[in-house]
Design a binder for this molecule. Structure first.
Ligand code: PMP
Length: 400
C-alpha cells in the first residue's frame, strides 16, 4: 500500500547538516543550521543550565507526572515577564495568557491552529524572505500565507517603503508575522523609528501582529533591548501573539522549550482564549514535556541564575559580533571585490551574504563549506580558525 510513495526532498536547512555529515574532508565547516558553537566548534551547554539541572536532580520531590495541558504554570508566567517586562501593565491586568509550547515551532503551530479556528481573518502576511518553516507551519495550521516586501537585495537592508506599502494594501484585520529581533535569514531589523511606523500602519488597519521571537538576547546581547519591538506593540494596549523559543538563548535546542502568549483586551477574554488553547493542544500532543520548562523556570525564577544567564548570553552574542568583525577584516585584507559592510550591519546569528546558489555550490564543492542555497551563513558556527578558510572561499567564488 505504500509502494507509490515518493522520496521526499531533504529539509533545506537540516539537509545541509545531512550533507555535511557525509563529507569526510577535515576542512569541512557547517554554517547551515543556526546553532551556537564555541571557538572550538563544539555545542555549548550553558553553566546555568547545568546548575539548574543539578538542582532539579537533587530535588527528590520532583516526579514524572503529566504536566497540565498548558504546561508548567511558573514557566509560563516567567516567560511572559521575560518578553513583556516585569512591570508589564498587560500582565498586571491579567490580559496575557501564556501556554508552554514545543519550542518556537510548536508555539507558531498552536498559534496558527488557534487563529484558524477562532479568528475571522485567517491569512498571515510574512516577510520575503522569511524562515522557511513559516511558509509550511501556517498553511498546515489552517492559515494561508501571503508575502510582504522586507529585504532589499540592492541595499542588503530593509525595504521599509515596500513593507509599509504592502501592509497598507493588505486587508483590514490580516495577521502580520513580525520577527521580534534578529530577522532570520537576513539579519536585517527595522530601526526603532521604523518599528514605530510599522506599528502605526498595523494598528490603523486593525491588523493582528504575530511576533516570532526566537533570538531574544542574541541580537544585541541584552534581553530588554531585543524585546523593544514587542513591548512597543503591547504598550499601545492592542492585541498580539508572541511565540518564544529558548533554543538559542538558553541553548536548549533539543529540549523543545518555548511559549505562546496571546495578549488580549481584557482578563475575561484572556481566560476564554486560554480555555480554547487547551482544546487546540489536547488532541495535538496532550501536554508538553516537563524537563526543559523546569530548567528554564529555574533560571528565570532565581535571581543569581538569571544574572549568570545574562552574562553567558552576552558572551555568546559578543562572540558572534566578533566573528562579524573578523570576517569583514579578513575579506578586506584579501581585497575581495564588493562592499561587505552588511556583514557588520546585520544582526543576530546569521549573515545574508548576497552570494547566489552557484557561488554557494562552488564553495561547498571546492572548500567544503556548507550553507543554505540562499547564501545565509550562521556566524555562530565560525571561529578564528575557520574564518580565513571561509574568506578564501568567498574570495575565490567572487573572483569567479
Ligand atoms: N523562528 C525563527 C525565525 C527561527 O529562526 C527559529 C529557529 N531556527 C524558530 C522560529 C524556531 O525554532 P525552535 O522550534 O527550535 O525553537
Amino acid at each position: 500500500v505504500f509502494e507509490h510513495i515518493q522520496q521526499a526532498p531533504e529539509d533545506p536547512i537540516l539537509g545541509v547538516t545531512v550533507a555535511f555529515n557525509k563529507d569526510p574532508s577535515p576542512m569541512k565547516v557547517n554554517l547551515g543550521v543556526g546553532a551556537y558553537r564555541t571557538e572550538e566548534g563544539k555545542p555549548l551547554v550553558l553553566n546555568v543550565v547545568r546548575q539548574a539541572e543539578e538542582r532539579l536532580l537533587a530535588d527528590r520531590t520532583q516526579n514524572k507526572e503529566y504536566q497540565p495541558i498548558t504546561g508548567v504554570a511558573q514557566f509560563n508566567k516567567l516567560s511572559a515577564q521575560l518578553i513583556l517586562g516585569a512591570n508589564s501593565v498587560a500582565i498586571k491586568e491579567n490580559r496575557v495568557t501564556t501556554v508552554q509550547a514545543l519550542s518556537g515551532t510548536g508555539a507558531l503551530r498552536v498559534g496558527a491552529e488557534f487563529l484558524a479556528k477562532h479568528y475571522g481573518k485567517p491569512v498571515i502576511y510574512v516577510p520575503v524572505p522569511t524562515w522557511g518553516n513559516h511558509n509550511k507551519i501556517f498553511p498546515l495550521g489552517g492559515v494561508p500565507v501571503k508575502p510582504y516586501h522586507y529585504y532589499d537585495p540592492k541595499t542588503r537592508g530593509l525595504d521599509y517603503q515596500g513593507m509599509i506599502d504592502d501592509l497598507r494594501a493588505a486587508p483590514v484585520g490580516a495577521v502580520v508575522l513580525l520577527h521580534a529581533c534578529a530577522h532570520n535569514p537576513t539579519g536585517v531589523d527595522p530601526t526603532e523609528e521604523q518599528w514605530e511606523g510599522i506599528r502605526k500602519v498595523i494598528r490603523s488597519k486593525q491588523q493582528l501582529p504575530f511576533f516570532d521571537c526566537a533570538y531574544q538576547g542574541f541580537a544585541s546581547g541584552s534581553l530588554d533591548t531585543d524585546a523593544h519591538a514587542v513591548r512597543s506593540f503591547v504598550a499601545d494596549g492592542g492585541e498580539c501573539l508572541i511565540a518564544q523559543s529558548y533554543a538559542k538563548n538558553m541553548g536548549l535546542y533539543g529540549e523543545r522549550i518555548g511559549a505562546l502568549s496571546i495578549v488580549c483586551r481584557s482578563a475575561a477574554v484572556a481566560s476564554r482564549v486560554d480555555s480554547q488553547l487547551k482544546l487546540v493542544i489536547r488532541p495535538m500532543y496532550s501536554s508538553p514535556p516537563a524537563h526543559g520548562a523546569l530548567i528554564a523556570a529555574s533560571i528565570l525564577g532565581d535571581r543569581d541564575l538569571f544574572a549568570d544567564w545574562t552574562v553567558e548570553l552576552k558572551a555568546m552574542a559578543d562572540r558572534i559580533i566578533s566573528m562579524r568583525h573578523q570576517l569583514y577584516d579578513t575579506l578586506k585584507a584579501r581585497g575581495t571585490p564588493g562592499d561587505w559592510t552588511h556583514i557588520l550591519k546585520q544582526i543576530g546569528m546569521f549573515t545574508f551574504t548576497g552570494l547566489n546558489p552557484e557561488q554557494v555550490q562552488f564553495m561547498t564543492r571546492e572548500y567544503h563549506i556548507y550553507m543554505t542555497l540562499d547564501g545565509r551563513i550562521s556566524m555562530a558556527g565560525l571561529s578564528t580558525k575557520t574564518i580565513p578558510h571561509l574568506a578564501d572561499a568567498i574570495n575565490a567564488t567572487v573572483l569567479g
